[in-house]
Design a protein around this ligand. Structure first.
Ligand code: GAL
Length: 683
């Protein structure tokens, strides 16, 4: 069922971070903002993100009039507000009066008052000040008809090593383990005499402290997520206490590995994220588009299928990347529409207008210092707004995936901290992206999920390098396959349990070996530039005879599985490199080594056919042209995207209609450089 995110705004959102608190002495600018917003088809803004000092210039002295006036004026002009809680930047009076609100680094140095995103999530003073302010804000504006959602704080992240956080960590551990003996066992502290006699002896992993006990490091990261999530709940509760029940979001950051975002699933009512790909940079645009698609799919999957918001993106350039390149003509439209194609119901920017001073004065914005609307950037933005306003049919439509790639944050932490087998790079993220890329190129809608996600409804699940298996996961995968699912596992799976203790017995552990019908004996690491190959045993699944292998090659033994390809070189030449095991009603594939895109393309092409996985399916598309699908009540909307800087043409295998013109489309379709079309396939 199609359901818009915001009942008051049943259209695609288009807007930006708006910081009028920087311009309160310039009513002319504020007037002009409204006019220019209308001209660029902006219908929503994120307001007050860093406005704490303007809202509470002195302790307990609230100044909400200016904000209320802004919300009113925007609303009168048809522009809705995503109201921010301003906790992302601490006012100087607060940082000075209550040092405990300032973060302490891993080196145990407390911050001086400065910048932003540097508060302690544990500090009772900080929590209380945020509570009071959020509740007051909510009382004042939480029921305003122009406010449609809460933008809670800004890009939660970072860690604090202050005594309050250390004490909270110990409390959390006590709750988790109950006794110090259990903690010692879980952390394997008999190694190097790291045994604790009491919880009081446990310290966070300071820079000069304990960094070899993996259980400690893993639990610290889990604690940081828990503490941040708890803080987000605290902010939300304060907003609710003020009487507002509007939906809440937090703006997340790309593949940020400091937090396990899936743990925020029940805190947020919808997800949103900030996307800043370096287009036309060191990485080719097609690869970068796939990376961005991977993140879109991951953020959407936190609230499976539900639309999300692209909360920030730059209308032109950033100012913090190594080289700040302008977006080439077409790219702004295409990258904005890519978000919509993957499920976004709003495209928003950082920021509306460039400030005159400080760190972000040269960062791209919709309105530059020339205050004009006849600029290239402004016109590009207005064009996106115009096209979004024609996409009501798509608004609220879910993205339904029958394929999923497991990219699990805790697993990522564990793989990254493990010493061996390839400390120059095990490349977990990149590997998950390769599996996703093959599906993305084919137009197969794919979720990017956490290992704890429900697998119901998926026909194909790729679980590359599932090194750390939390309790119950192996069982879930076993059930998925036995009930008919297709599972793809790889080398370096089922190595440790949730405490990062290696499984005893056959690997992949916790019983997964029997699902794959193999056992893994040892893993060979290759230097950069070194390779091996696998040779097909002639199975129809593989179109080519030989595929290159790099980085990690596992030696496995079939225990019931059929061998599909074998290593071609080295002392393990002839041994299995790819297997399949019929397990119950399903199939479990095991790839023993890191392959390249040639393999993944062939392999997933065959698997998608075999497992009958739904996709956009527009036949063979030229390289760099992809299609993503949203499922509306009446039609599927196919977003055909050309990520090449050159035009691309191909033959459409069916008659479709252009969503925007309503005209039929068939035969040869040509897309401009960085062009796209939205085609309807009626149900
Ligand atoms: C984001 C942040 C914004 C702005 C932007 C600049 O990470 O949330 O406030 O700083 O980066 O690219």
């Amino acid at each position: 069922m199609q359901q818009p995110l915001f009942p008051a705004l049943p259209h695609m959102g288009h807007g930006a971070d708006y910081n009028p608190d920087q311009w309160l002495d310039r009513p002319d600018i504020l007037e002009q903002d409204i006019e220019l917003m209308k001209e660029s088809h902006v219908n929503c803004v994120s307001l007050g993100i860093f406005a704490w000092a303007a809202l509470e210039p002195q302790e307990g002295e609230y100044h909400f009039e200016w904000l209320e006036q802004m919300v009113n004026r925007l609303y009168q002009n048809g522009i809705y507000t995503l109201l921010a809680t301003p906790s992302g930047a601490i006012p100087i009076w607060l940082a000075r009066k209550y040092p405990e609100v300032r973060r302490v680094s891993r080196e145990k140095v407390r911050d001086e008052p400065h910048g932003r995103h540097n508060h302690c999530y544990t500090s009772p003073v900080y929590r209380e000040k945020v509570r009071l302010l959020n509740t007051a804000l909510s009382q004042r504006l939480g029921k305003h008809p122009g406010v449609i959602a809460w933008h809670i704080s800004n890009e939660y992240g970072g860690e604090c090593y202050c005594p309050l956080c250390a004490a909270a960590f110990r409390e959390w551990l006590k709750e988790k383990y109950g006794t110090i003996e259990k903690l010692n066992a879980a952390w394997w502290t008999s190694f190097w005499s790291r045994r604790y006699s009491s919880f009081e002896e446990v310290e966070p992993p300071y820079a000069q402290g304990e960094n070899c006990v993996h259980g400690l490091k893993l639990d610290w990261k889990r604690f940081v997520t828990r503490q941040t999530e708890d803080f987000a709940r605290h902010e939300k509760a304060a907003v609710r206490a003020g009487g507002s029940d509007l939906p809440v979001t937090i703006n997340m950051m790309t593949a940020y590995d400091g937090l396990n975002y899936f743990k925020f699933k029940d805190v947020v009512d919808f997800t949103s994220w900030d996307a800043y790909p370096c287009w036309h940079g060191e990485q080719d645009d097609v690869s970068l588009a796939q990376y961005t698609a991977f993140i879109h799919d991951g953020i959407r999957s936190i609230k499976r299928g539900q639309p999300f918001v692209l909360m920030e993106s730059t209308p032109s350039m950033t100012n913090w990347q190594r080289v700040s390149k302008l977006k080439r003509p077409g790219m702004h439209m295409l990258s904005s529409m890519q978000a919509v194609a993957h499920g976004a119901d709003s495209v928003q920017y950082f920021q509306w207008r460039k400030g005159r001073g400080s760190f972000e004065k040269l960062h791209g914005a919709v309105v530059s210092h020339d205050c004009r609307s006849d600029t290239r950037v402004f016109k590009d933005v207005a064009a996106v707004g115009r096209r979004l306003s024609g996409l009501d049919a798509v608004c609220g439509s879910p993205v339904k995936a029958q394929a999923a790639v497991i990219f699990d944050t805790e697993n990522r932490w564990a793989i990254d901290m493990a010493a061996g087998p390839r400390n120059c790079g095990k490349h977990y993220l990149e590997t998950c992206m390769q599996h996703h890329r093959a599906l993305w190129e084919m137009g197969v809608t794919t979720d990017v999920i956490d290992m704890e996600c429900d697998l119901t409804g998926y026909k194909l699940v790729a679980a590359p390098m599932l090194y750390l298996l939390r309790g119950g996961i192996a069982e879930k995968l076993r059930r998925f396959v036995s009930e008919g699912g297709t599972l793809v596992g790889t080398y370096w799976s089922g190595v440790t349990d949730e405490n990062d203790l290696c499984f005893l017995g056959d690997w992949p552990g916790d019983g997964l070996a029997s699902v794959y019908g193999i056992r893994a004996e040892e893993i060979d690491a290759l230097y950069d530039g070194e390779c091996n190959h696998m040779e097909s045993c002639g199975h129809a699944l593989l179109r080519h005879e030989r595929y290159k292998l790099t980085e990690l090659c596992e030696r496995i033994h079939p225990q019931g599985a059929q061998v599909l390809a074998r290593y071609a070189e080295d002392f393990y030449a002839g041994e299995p490199a790819l297997t399949v095991n019929r397990f119950g009603e399903g199939n479990a594939y095991y790839l023993a080594a890191k392959a390249g895109m040639k393999f993944y393309r062939d392999f997933y092409h065959a698997l998608v056919e075999q497992a009958g996985v739904d996709g956009a399916r527009l036949g063979e598309l030229p390289s760099g042209v992809v299609v993503s699908k949203r499922r509306g009540d009446e039609a599927d909307y196919l977003f055909v995207q050309n990520w090449n800087a050159t035009p691309a043409s191909f033959e459409l295998p069916e008659r479709l209609a252009d969503l925007e013109t309503g005209k039929p489309v068939h035969g040869e379709l040509t897309l401009e450089p960085y062009g796209f079309r939205i085609l309807c396939r009626k149900h």
